[in-house]
Design a protein around this ligand. Sequence first.
Ligand SMILES: [Zn+2]
Ligand SMILES: [Zn+2]
Ligand SMILES: [Zn+2]
Length: 130
Amino acid sequence: MGVRSDYVTRPREQIASILRARKRFISAAEIHRALGSAKARVSLSTVYRTLEHLQTKGDVTVRIEPAGESTYMLCEPEHHHHHAICKVCGRVDDVDCTAIEQFSESLRSLNGFALEDHAMEFFGRCKACQ
Ligand SMILES: [Zn+2]
Ligand SMILES: [Zn+2]
Ligand SMILES: [Zn+2]
C-alpha cells in the first residue's frame, strides 16, 4: 500500500519541484524532458494531467505564448499580483499592483470610468540581463 501511494504522488512532487527551480514559464514538453533527465518514468499525458490538477488547486498559472503553446509556472493567483517577464532569460518576477490601483483611481476621477478587472504582464530585462 505504501509503495503504491508513493508511486501516485511522485510525479506531482517532481513536477512541482521542477517548476519551483525554474521560476519561469515552461511548457509541458520541457517539464517532460526535465523529468526524463531525472530518470523518472512519467508520460507526457501524466505531465498534462498533473499540471491541470495543480492549476485547479491554484498552485500553477498558465500563459498562452504568442506561438499558441501553453506554458506553466508556480504562482499564487489568490494573492493578486502581476508578472514582470525578462525577454532575454525568461525570468519572472512578481510585482504588486499599487501602480495600477493609482491608475484606476485617476480613470475614475478623470473619465468617470469604474475599472472592475484587469490583466497585465510586463516585459523587459531583468537585473542580470541589463
Ligand atoms: Zn505569480
Ligand atoms: Zn533576464
Ligand atoms: Zn493588478
